[in-house]
Design a protein around this ligand. Structure first.
Ligand SMILES: [Zn+2]
Length: 219
């Protein structure tokens, strides 16, 4: 058995230990203080440090295939209802393998994988028009899924949102620059169900949204 990967884990952690002294851990030894609950995709290309330089003690990260809440609802509830993060970020991404798998049909996956992909049924169609551009349809579905997750969160956390204690932000982490805001940009596409970019600007005044807003055309 090749153990290079295990060695790499040990070595990388040794470097982490060297770079962080006791003072670094002091503030979060007995409690955590996240400011964002992030529902992202398990995809290894998507990590919390795209939105936080050091996500430790800052991002309550819930990752599921296809960045959907249903298979980890308790974890999302924990971040929102117990840790009271002021933001719930639903972070979809370009080239999402879960959405691709859904679109291509996933009958041959095992039961556990099927069960999780089934949660994408409400927002997405399994039948893809064979004449349609697959990449374009994929991007549309990434957007549809983000919108659906935001909608679900709006219903679930209605009280927190109406009291102004929670903002639900739907965004797409775009490492292919499909949305034109730059490689690696997190483009905000939906805030509390508001999808019109001008209306989003009005909703979140005082935030510099330049190059951070986009919408996939669903027509
Ligand atoms: Zn994905």
């Amino acid at each position: 058995m090749k153990n290079e990967t295990l060695q790499a884990i040990i070595d990388n952690n040794a470097r982490f230990v060297e770079d962080h002294d006791q003072a670094y851990f002091q503030g979060h030894m007995s409690a955590q203080h996240p400011r964002v609950t992030m529902v992202g995709c398990c995809d290894s290309r998507c990590q919390a440090h795209v939105i936080e330089v050091d996500p430790i003690d800052r991002v309550f990260t819930v990752e599921t295939i296809g960045n959907q809440m249903a298979s980890a609802q308790g974890s999302v509830d924990y971040g929102v209802l117990h840790l009271h993060t002021p933001i719930l970020l639903i972070l979809g991404h370009t080239d999402c393998g879960a959405i691709k798998a859904f679109m291509k049909g996933y009958d041959r996956e095992n039961e556990a994988i099927k069960r999780e992909l089934d949660f994408l049924k409400p927002p997405l169609k399994t039948q893809v028009d064979p004449h349609a551009d697959f990449e374009k349809e994929l991007l549309k579905n990434v957007q549809k899924n983000v919108d659906y997750q935001v909608q679900t969160a709006l219903e679930r956390y209605r009280a927190q949102i109406s009291e102004g204690r929670l903002m639900v932000v739907g965004a797409i982490y775009d490492f292919t620059n499909a949305l034109g805001n730059g490689y690696g940009r997190v483009s905000i596409t939906n805030v509390n169900g508001v999808k019109d970019l001008k209306a989003i600007r009005e909703l979140v005044q005082g935030v510099n949204l330049e190059r951070s807003l986009a919408r996939v055309n669903l027509d």
